[in-house]
Design a protein around this ligand. Structure first.
Ligand code: ADP
Ligand code: 5GP
Length: 188
């Protein structure tokens, strides 16, 4: 059986990571596929689990070798997806899930049109996003403002995704149900 990639797209703080954790509790066969970033690990994050953490030089080398299917500057750091990691997952029947920004998600979907589903995770309002990011431990300041600036651009692209999951404050369960419904046709 061919695998499938579920691309969770949306602004930082929309709930992609939370939904990935929750969906994997219900569907343990779904595997998280980490991407690569030059951002420094947050407390508790491990190399190869949340991300493959790379130095600027290592990331330059990945670009030079054309290992990355796409890469983007997001909030002052670079993030990219390994073409090989996705190809291997699909070929070996893995149901993979990953979190990606909107431009990257659209690029990955274009590369694997039949083997991926792009899913926009939408919070109810930008104010809610700001509150969630602060609650998560992001310090108010330049970095948080940079994240908020991207929100408008990301919202404008949501119509280009295959599906939309609304993740309203306090309604994680409903968002999870909707996500599973979208994934169901690809489950064994
Ligand atoms: P992302 O991966 O999209 O950046 P996270 O999953 O890290 O977002 O979520 C950001 C914060 O919002 C986390 O603290 C998370 O616990 C919280 N959160 C996610 N979904 C909901 C929800 N439906 N209601 C309330 N808080 C939520
Ligand atoms: P964070 O730093 O909060 O973990 O992630 C910042 C943003 O980068 C999130 O929107 C996340 O989905 C996105 N992202 C993670 N990996 C990739 C990737 O490989 N490519 C692109 N384009 N975006 C990514």
């Amino acid at each position: 059986m061919r695998g499938h990639l579920f691309l969770l797209i949306g602004p930082s703080g929309s709930g992609k990571t939370t939904l990935i954790q929750e969906v994997r509790k219900v569907l343990p066969a779904v595997r998280f596929i980490p991407t690569t970033t030059t951002r420094k690990p947050r407390p508790g994050e491990e190399h190869g689990r949340e991300y493959f953490f790379a130095s600027d030089e290592e990331f330059d080398a990945l670009i030079e070798r054309e290992d990355l299917l796409e890469w983007q500057w997001v909030h002052g750091n670079r993030y990219g997806t390994s073409r090989q990691r996705f190809e291997e997952a699909i070929a070996s029947g893995v149901l993979g899930i990953t979190s990606i920004d909107v431009l990257g998600g659209i690029a990955v979907k274009a590369a694997f049109p039949d083997d991926s589903t792009s899913i926009f995770v939408r919070p109810s309002s930008p104010q809610e996003l700001r509150r969630r990011l602060v609650a998560r431990g992001d310090t108010p300041g330049e970095d948080l403002e940079r994240r908020m600036e991207r929100v408008e651009m990301e919202f404008a692209q949501q119509g280009r995704c295959d599906a939309i999951v609304t993740n309203d404050d306090g309604h994680l369960e409903a968002a999870l149900e909707r996500l599973i419904e979208i994934m169901r046709p690809y489950l064994p």
